[in-house]
Design a protein around this ligand. Structure first.
Ligand code: LLP
Length: 421
């Protein structure tokens, strides 16, 4: 299902013409389709039907408040990795009890904020972190519900920079130490150590690594149960992949069956933390062609979006489909071009030798699959103001993050007194 379709030769987001958004909001701009987000959420929840499951949207994938609220309204919780994300989840209306705080480097201030907010679960990734959380919770007279994140030493088989479950990765507690850390945690004040968590990486297209990781967690949970520990939750993390080019998707029913089997007989609540799966293909980066330049060996299509707006292609060599907003005339020639941005780096390249119909200056293009890890990873590099965001629902759209003005961008800096006013 895609929410981005051509109607009478013009690409729409749901019922809104992208050309209209470009004219009214300007480019570059991220455009998200509500229906695509809801369809993905419903598909996952549907596959998990019959399980005691909670889907906690991984806010890092797209942390716009309107996006978080779209999922919260459907019953999702949130997986957060910083006080900023936690504040976003709360502001968007996610109940604190459905918020999970992940991450290997929570500061004491962040833990205190989360404890006071009454979040549902801390995913603890090391013994020193566990001891710090115990100390802070005890000082506040509160109890932190804890799941220990295990490093199962399973290779997710995705890009090295987004693989997290191998023993040489910084994430989770080594399996060899996990039972001991759990026992020590159970004896600490201010903690209710109740579960295990795992997250082996992102953009997984094969279910086999999920099976291996979930089984490790299920087996450890059984052993701890037999040792008298009250385990009532298993957090199976995120990582379900999406189609960027033509990759076959992991089968959701199989994914759910694997989770069910791994947790069989434990009676635990199962938590899932999908990010990319829920938003990745619900968003595009809409951009305008500035110039078409013929080099010696190739044609460059220079657009007004750049690597600071969407860093995935240069950071991970990621493929993102690129299409014209105006459907090409039937039989139009297709030629390979390099789609590049204005930033002064050779790496500011969205696609090399990408096949496109002829485009001229002023034409609009979409860079697809940009709903996840797009706007959230944007920067102001080259002093380009952060890219705005638009949310579409049916025939309506709203600017859910306006483009900052140059004044507001410059206004963040301060002049020291020795340099004058
Ligand atoms: N839970 C934890 C603990 C995570 O670290 C992550 C992602 C997720 C859930 C959500 O994973 P997802 O379902 O989205 O795969 N910037 C990279 C992706 C980094 C993912 C980091 N952790 C990219 O653009 O590909």
């Amino acid at each position: 299902m895609t929410a981005f379709t051509y109607r009478e030769g013009a690409l729409h987001a749901e019922d809104v013409a992208l050309a209209r958004i470009a004219a009214e909001v300007g480019t570059p701009v991220y455009v998200y389709a509500t229906s695509a987000m809801e369809a993905q959420y419903d598909a996952l929840v549907g596959a998990l039907a019959g399980l005691d499951a909670l889907v906690c949207y991984a806010v890092k994938a797209n942390s716009n408040l309107a996006v978080i609220r779209t999922f919260a309204r459907r019953g999702a919780g949130a997986d957060v990795v910083s006080e900023g994300e936690l504040r976003r989840a709360l502001a968007a209306g996610v109940p604190a009890s459905k918020i999970i705080f992940s991450g290997i480097g929570k500061t004491e201030a962040e833990m205190e904020f989360a404890l006071r907010a009454g979040i549902g679960q801390f995913n603890v990734e090391s013994e020193p972190e566990m001891i710090a959380l115990s100390r802070i919770a005890t000082r506040l007279g509160l109890v932190a519900t804890v799941a220990l994140r295990i490093n199962p030493d399973v290779d997710a088989g995705s890009h090295a920079k987004i693989t997290t479950g191998r023993k040489e990765n910084k994430f989770g507690i080594d399996l060899a130490h996990a039972a001991d850390v759990f026992r020590r945690g159970a004896a600490l004040p201010g903690l209710a150590v109740r579960g295990l968590a795992v997250h082996i990486g992102s953009q997984l297209l094969d279910v086999a690594p999920f099976r291996a990781a979930f089984d490790v967690v299920g087996t450890l949970a059984r052993a701890l149960r037999n040792g008298g520990h009250p385990i009532d939750r298993l957090d199976f993390g995120g990582g379900i992949g999406i189609t960027y080019r033509d990759e076959p998707l992991p089968d959701l029913a199989l994914y759910a069956a694997i989770a069910r089997e791994a947790a069989d007989g434990l009676g635990c609540r199962l938590v899932f933390e999908p990010g990319r799966f829920l938003v990745g293909n619900a968003g595009v980066l809409l951009t305008r062609v500035l110039y078409v330049k013929d080099g010696v060996s190739q044609r460059f299509v220079i657009v007004d979006a750049a690597m600071n707006d969407l860093i995935r292609p240069t950071l991970y060599d990621a493929y993102h489909g690129i299409d014209p907003v105006l459907a090409p005339a039937p039989g139009a020639p297709l030629d390979p071009v390099d789609v590049v941005g204005p930033v002064c780096e050779t790496g500011d390249l969205f696609a090399a030798q990408h096949v496109l119909p002829p485009v001229a200056a002023g034409a609009l293009l979409v860079i697809r699959s940009a709903g996840a890890y797009g706007a959230v990873m944007a920067s102001e590099y080259n002093s380009r103001p952060l890219v705005p965001e638009v949310l579409v629902k049916g025939g309506h759209y709203a600017v859910v993050r306006p483009r900052p003005t140059y004044e507001s961008m410059l206004g963040l800096d301060r002049m020291p007194d020795w340099l004058g006013p």
